[in-house]
Design a protein around this ligand. Sequence first.
Ligand code: SAH
Ligand code: SF4
Length: 394
Amino acid sequence: MTVAAPITQDVMTIPRTLPEGGLMNLVGLTREGMREALIAAGTPERQAKMRVGQVWQWVYHWGVRDFAQMTNLAKDYRTLLAEHFTIQLPEVVTRQVSNDGTRKYLVRIAGGHEVEVVYIPEENRGTLCVSSQVGCTLTCSFCHTGTQKLVRNLTAGEIIGQVMLARDDLGEWPVAGAPKDETRLLSNVVLMGMGEPLYNFENVRDAMKIAMDPEGIALSRRRITLSTSGVVPEIARTAVEIGCQLAVSFHATTDEVRDRLVPINKKWPIAELLDALRDYPGVSNSERITFEYVMLKGVNDTDEDARRLVRLIRGIPAKINLIPFNEWPGAPYHRSDQARIQAFADIIYKAGYASPIRTPRGEDIMAACGQLKSATERVRKSRAQIAAETGVTP
Ligand code: SAH
Ligand code: SF4
């Protein structure tokens, strides 16, 4: 294992709950946080556990936003809650629906910042792609989000709020008295939107704990996947404190190329990343690590790359997800040809690994991987800046 280097970054962090007209937002508090908040508001300590259980169910199981609807609480107590708290989600500014059914929401959070959230319906499941930061401090040269200058960590409430607003839009909160419906429109969550989730660890963890809580949204940890560009010191913690599935933006088979594509590689190169993945607790054949690999024409897509990839990951239960590069205005790369992607996939498949090629979804509304970026913050880094950071001349 590598010795954990301190993670320093210059990201604006705001209070974990947003006082709204002096009221505290309950959305995003952990059970412990909610307990403390209810006690501070006057709930007797001996009742606190029961009250948390009741309020939690209203907010996360039933999707209720109004204390008046919490009918198993005494009227006086509902009034007390309304005097101290709100149940507030980020505001949906625009909602676009692609001709393939993908939905993209532009969402406004405190401070007027905006992030994008994407819902991808498939035959047997529906996946919500959630953002963890406004922009990203990292500058992967093929990623649109990485060109956005302004970065701020989302609060836990803003992260779980994305799941809740998608459930609102899908009409997926249960209806009292109706037969229980086990099929879910929103069945999976991937932390693959804007931002590097492991640079906002605590908020991502708390939000995912809320998503997994059996008394609420109750998503299985197997249906939540966190994608990281390779923040090595936080990987072991992800297994222990969140327990979700892990995906890694691998994208290259030599440090020389990976340094250019995923600059965090200069800090934690391929060998260190692979060590951390080998040690990822709980990895077994049934729970494989997903290696994401963006297919860039003439950059990382040769047969030799495919063979090297197979050699590198030997011994790690893995699946390789090949992502045809999604173009964005001014992008310095092109997508590999279909035949090249197929040949690359075949080599990996023959070596015994699943090698699905990801079908781009929602391209017509710029909702595909790596295309997300807030409309209000489309100020691009200059070409010179991209070149300096990546060694690639756009
Ligand atoms: N910051 C995290 C999660 C968000 S990115 C990470 O990097 O893993 C989600 C996935 O989309 C990553 O694998 C990322 O490398 C990939 N991606 C970024 N830009 C892309 C593009 N233009 N085309 C295809 N995939 C892209
Ligand atoms: Fe950030 Fe991920 Fe984009 Fe890299 S690929 S710039 S880590 S969002």
